[in-house]
Design a protein. Structure first.
Length: 208
């Protein structure tokens, strides 16, 4: 029995190491290429990784027909070991400096019972091409950021990467959505190779 137990233990340790390595390899943070900012996101259909490019300071003229939701699920530090790497890390420093500190501050002020102990970071979920309106998707040029906050700490270990998961959590009262009207922006989906060529932005200090 001892050799079998030892083999099982070695296999278990190897599996945990592989999981941690995979989590560490996930992309995180904003990078700059020329006059554009790039960041990772999840495709809302299947949770596949995508990358979006946003021009710096573009003119935005949103209306009821040309914008789509860009969801930002926010995770507390208490579930960091469960959730792992997120698209935008807030700890130990915010690697999405142009919006991460504001999103963390919003989470702490609206749901202090969940985020009062710290904000780990947030993900992005969007309807990436080729899923446009004619095929039932929601892809548009202008995006409306929607903060997604958990209503109880016990729900926050649910890592949401698809729209179906998000809708289920919303229907169950596990999350609330806060549209950030006035923060609309342009972006387009680009290959991973473009993101990999970018220069990481200097991180911002996390909020207390």
């Amino acid at each position: 029995m001892r050799p079998i137990t030892l083999r099982l233990l070695v296999a278990f340790v190897a599996t945990i190491a592989w999981i941690r390595m995979a989590a560490q390899s996930l992309p995180s943070g904003e990078v700059q290429v020329g006059q554009s900012i790039l960041e990772p996101t999840y495709n809302d259909l299947d949770g596949a990784l995508s990358y979006v490019l946003t021009p710096i300071h573009p003119a935005v003229h949103p209306n009821s027909h040309n914008q789509a939701p860009f969801y930002l699920p926010v995770y507390p530090t208490a579930v960091a070991d469960v959730i792992g790497t997120v698209n935008c890390q807030h700890q130990p420093a915010d690697n999405c400096p142009d919006h991460g500190p504001e999103i963390a501050g919003l989470a702490k002020s609206v749901m202090p019972s969940v985020y009062g102990g710290g904000v780990w970071g947030h993900d992005h979920i969007m309807s990436a091409p080729p899923a446009g309106p004619p095929t039932g998707g929601d892809f548009n040029i202008i995006w409306l950021p929607v903060a997604v906050l958990f209503t109880d700490l016990s729900f926050a270990s649910n890592h949401i990467t698809t729209l179906s998961q998000l809708n289920a959590a919303l229907a169950a009262g596990q999350v609330i959505e806060i549209p950030l009207v006035g923060a609309q922006f342009h972006c387009s989906v680009v290959p991973a190779a473009v993101y990999s060529r970018g220069t990481p932005l200097p991180p911002a200090p996390p909020l207390p």
